[in-house]
Write a protein that binds this ligand. Structure first.
Ligand code: AMP
Ligand code: MG
Length: 531
């Protein structure tokens, strides 16, 4: 374990690809460059507020007693360690379906790369000040959104969902002014910086930007670098490798979105600039979790009207985003059929992963054949039941494991459905109970045919149905405490998120249904991009 100064910093990305050196931080178009050189802007009083030991281990970084101020100086952007070559990435993107031109890291600055025991990690500060890509914004992030990103990155990792990681949360000691609801009432909020880790932060939008500018040599160089470094198994560059790479990106994206559906996560802003080329969940902004199951749920206020990024639309949007990536790659592949095959990989992989994971949630194994009509119907009807009356997604699946299926034939409807009570937001109507009971009896018959029978079911389900999901209202309470200077609730949430599948009585208060006050409360169900 080493200090930040002792880590083996490298600059693989900036040394492999053309970038813009110098030029300062003023907002501008940066043509012909994959990145722009830019140092973090200093902050008045950096303070380490939270830390992830697991993320630190990825890069072999130590946090010893007395280290916090030195860590905060670097991770707050006040000191650049020798060996770091800070830069911002250039990318473009489709925002809400519309091409937006150059976007880029407007407030994220990569410090450099560190070779960890399991491969390279890019270390990036989010909220570290303006860059050439900041457009008209300030390059900063508020504490509330930084806490949300810090906690959710780590929570997703422990849930088994592919994600970027969060190493540290640093308070800047400076206020940031935000109009949280775009209602003309800006207020000053504490600023913060999240240190993020990922093998690379390259997005679909990086390729789109160079394709849009007809920078084909740069497009190719970026693809070659990303493939060589992050997909070495695909072999040397060439049209066949690019096509295979696109198919692999499609596959990983499908797996990621299937996990989102499993855990009830809604990203909220699936613009193409927020789609990782590694298939990692990236850029936690106005994300949310299903409380009551609702395919139309979107936590993003900007998206309430269109619902483009609602829970049930995430697979379709991921595929649309992949189609935009395919278009950007045509100068490299020039074989529409090969790229179409990649999109087909998305469809197939998503269908398979989704079905497998959703069946696992009810303790069933997918037989692996496409015409497994019976199980598909069972699943569809289950989700229809969840939607019939407000039924909590996370609590509901955990509660299903408690239903005494062995007694299904003889138990009354009420007795059979009783274990689901904690999941219902109101007492269900008698007709609803009757429908649930009928479904549970069919489910019991199917579950009895599983290898291991009914006995193995509950343990299997417990491995894929989280107890702890960091619901917005839960995190919002921790945010309010942190804004008042008390970080203990944030630390407690991180601890709880480390073991999301354990029913630990110590965290019973975190697993309740969303309370009524949080239904429409700011930060709980309505979140804006402005963070
Ligand atoms: P997002 O939708 O949050 O992923 O952001 C879209 C684009 O806006 C990205 O290029 C961000 O870097 C940029 N951006 C968002 N917030 C800020 C900010 N406060 N300062 C500078 N750029 C920002
Ligand atoms: Mg983004």
């Amino acid at each position: 374990m080493r200090t930040l100064d002792e880590l083996p910093w490298t600059d693989a990305f900036v040394s492999a690809l053309p970038g813009a050196r110098g030029g300062g931080v003023h907002s501008r178009q940066v043509p012909g460059a994959a990145w722009a050189e830019v140092a973090p802007s200093p902050v008045p009083a950096p303070r380490l507020l939270a830390w992830s030991d697991e993320a630190a281990a990825l890069i072999g970084l130590a946090r010893r007693p007395g280290d916090d101020d030195a860590l905060a100086a670097v991770l707050g952007g006040n000191r650049v360690v020798p060996g770091m070559r800070p830069y911002a990435l250039g990318y473009g993107g489709h925002q809400f379906g519309t091409w937006a031109g150059q976007l880029g890291d407007g407030r994220a600055i990569a410090l450099g790369e560190v070779a960890g025991p399991d491969g390279p990690w890019e270390v990036q500060l989010k909220g570290a000040g303006p860059t050439p890509y900041s457009r008209r914004a300030d390059g900063r992030a508020v504490l509330r959104s930084s806490i949300r990103e810090f906690l959710c990155s780590e929570a997703m990792h422990h849930l088994g969902v592919p994600t970027t990681r969060a190493l540290a949360l640093v308070g800047t000691g400076a206020d940031v002014v935000r109009d949280m609801f775009y209602d003309g009432r800006p207020r000053a909020e504490p600023g913060a910086i999240v240190t993020r880790l990922a093998p690379t932060f390259v997005r679909f939008g990086n390729f789109q930007l160079h394709a849009w500018r007809d920078e084909h040599a740069l497009l190719r160089a970026l693809a070659d670098h990303v493939i060589a470094r992050h997909f070495p198994e695909l072999g040397p560059p060439g049209p066949a490798t690019y096509a295979a790479w696109f198919a692999e990106v499609a596959r990983r994206t499908a797996v990621m979105v299937a996990h989102w559906m499993r855990v009830g996560f809604v990203h909220g802003v699936m613009n193409t600039d927020n789609m990782s080329i590694l298939g990692l969940t990236i850029d936690y902004g106005p994300y949310g979790w299903l409380d009551p199951f609702d395919v139309d749920f979107t936590p993003n206020t900007t998206d309430h009207a269109s619902g483009r990024y609602r829970y049930g639309n995430q697979p379709g949007v991921a595929q649309w985003n992949l189609a935009q990536l395919a278009r950007a790659l045509t100068p490299l592949v020039d074989d529409a059929a090969a790229l179409a095959a990649g999109l087909e990989v998305f469809r197939r992989t998503f269908a398979r992963s989704y079905r497998t994971q959703m069946l696992e949630k009810v303790g069933l194994t997918w037989a692996g054949v496409d015409d497994d009509e019976g199980d598909d119907v069972l699943l569809r009807e289950l989700l229809e039941l969840f939607a019939l009356e407000e039924t909590d997604f996370a609590i509901g699946f955990r509660a299903l494991a408690e239903v005494p299926l062995a007694d299904a034939a003889t138990a009354t409807d009420v007795a059979l459905v009783a274990p689901l009570a904690p999941a219902f937001y109101r007492d269900p109507a008698p007709a609803t109970v009757e429908r649930w009971a009928a479904w549970l009896r069919r489910y019991a018959a199917r579950a009895a045919r599983e290898p291991g029978g009914l006995a193995a079911r509950a343990a299997r389900m417990a491995r894929v149905n989280p107890v702890i999901v960091l619901r917005n209202y839960v995190v919002q309470r921790a945010i309010e405490a942190a804004e008042g200077g008390d970080l203990a609730p944030v630390h407690r949430l991180l601890a709880a998120a480390r073991r999301p599948y354990d029913a630990d009585p110590a965290y019973a208060d975190l697993v309740a249904r969303r309370p009524e006050w949080a239904r429409r409360a700011p930060g709980c169900s309505a979140l804006s991009c402005s963070s």
